[in-house]
Ligand binder design. Sequence first.
Ligand SMILES: *Cc1c(COP(=O)(O)O)cnc(C)c1O
Length: 507
Amino acid sequence: MPTQLNQPTIISNIEHYDDSFLHHGKEGLDAFQLQMQQVSTKLQQVFASADQPFVGKSHQTIRKEIEQMMDFSMNGSPLESVLDEIEDPILKNGIFVSHEKSMAHLHCPPLLPGIAADTIISALNQSMDSWDQSPAATYVEAELVHRLKEMACYPKEADGVFTTGGTQSNYMGILLARDAFCAEYWGVNVQQQGLPEGFQRLRILCSEEAHFTVKQAASQLGLGERAVVTVASDEKHQISLTRLEEALARLEKENALPFAIVGTCGTTDFGSIDPMAELAETARKHKIWLHIDAAFGGGLMLSHNHFQKLNGLNQADSMTIDFHKMFYQPISCGVFLVKDQTNFASLCHHADYLNPLKDDEEGILNLVNKSVQTTRRFDALKVYITLKTIGSRRLGNMIDSTLEMAKYAADYIAGKNEFEVENRDPELNTVVFQYQPSESRDYSSLNRRIQQEMLQQGKAVLAKTTINEKTFLKFTLLNPRTRREDIETVVGEIEKVGNTLVNGGFK
Ligand SMILES: *Cc1c(COP(=O)(O)O)cnc(C)c1O
């Protein structure tokens, strides 16, 4: 079969492509309208039939179904028939993140204007690296970054860039912190000269509940995961400031060089928020860069009732905010902000073909100068269109209602004898709990199995997590359409599934 694909073909001028691209001609425009309609019709059919968050099939079954889809013909087929073909194995076998009972991860239901904007982004296909590939889009992003800076209460010297999400933003924060420190301490330009002698002494501090991408960034930046010193968190799952001071004192004795503290505003499991103002004070005292990972909690910028939880965020030297979490945007969409824009210099490369120095002199804005990506999507448009259409009042209400729902869920579950809730007062919208039907023993494997059964039966998409070596169940309630009754039904199902397992002799 593959040999057939490799056969040389004579491209004759009888082939024509006008119906395959969106361009100013009628054929392209008509074809675009038709294909968009077909996609819309198919998605409507799929969503109309999605009365569960997941069809409930095993990974083996889905794998087989997908493997059977991999036949490609020389001549292709019309989109409509391909859409029919993929309907069951690809479309219907997905997780329906907009379903009220999809409550596992920080994986949000995308807002309709975000979906619409994503279509525009793909149709225009601007590339954000150089101004001559995104003449208007460049300024939309720049202006939006300016607005986001204001929303984060950052000074005017601040700047930022859209990213693929928290992983990339955290990487950038630690990269800029490392380079600033090496310049200051050793007078070394890491971009030019690489890591200075003695770099093994460099350290990053964060709480034990910080996101794994802190360690990942350390390893990718040539420092190794060993450069990350994790500090214990307290009973509220926030970094312990006493332990942090102890760790700093110890590092000083060991002649190590702590150059960054990474605080978390919204940990993945508990949504807990490190005391950011206090972290900023510590960082200032020790002359250390403070990066705040607000991938999750940054959404509170739009909250009406919980905005004050972001107190201290603006004192960070850099921050991560994701829009594909609490801002209801389609993946991927995030921003990295830095308090002093001069730090971006350590990322900037001038390529003659793309962003020559001369452009800078002429005042041409090439956003590649601030990014670790080259070709880059116009994701800023999603945030722009969402803010314009939904408005910040409704967005704030959506966010606040999910926080209220988390509190309701925590109270409801805690009121049941067979359950234990780990966080009675959720800071954001996660609830961590365990099904414990009778005498106290380790129910880790039972809870693990419950999570799998619920998914297998398509009843609810829940998460599981491990705390002190015990497995817990987790709700991440990002969907403002999830109601109290949904919570009650899912908890009832968990009980039923758990009960059946225990009665069936599950240990
Ligand atoms: C989601 C998340 C990340 C990773 O971000 P991506 O957008 O998945 O790359 C990092 N930190 C925290 C706290 C997160 O919640």
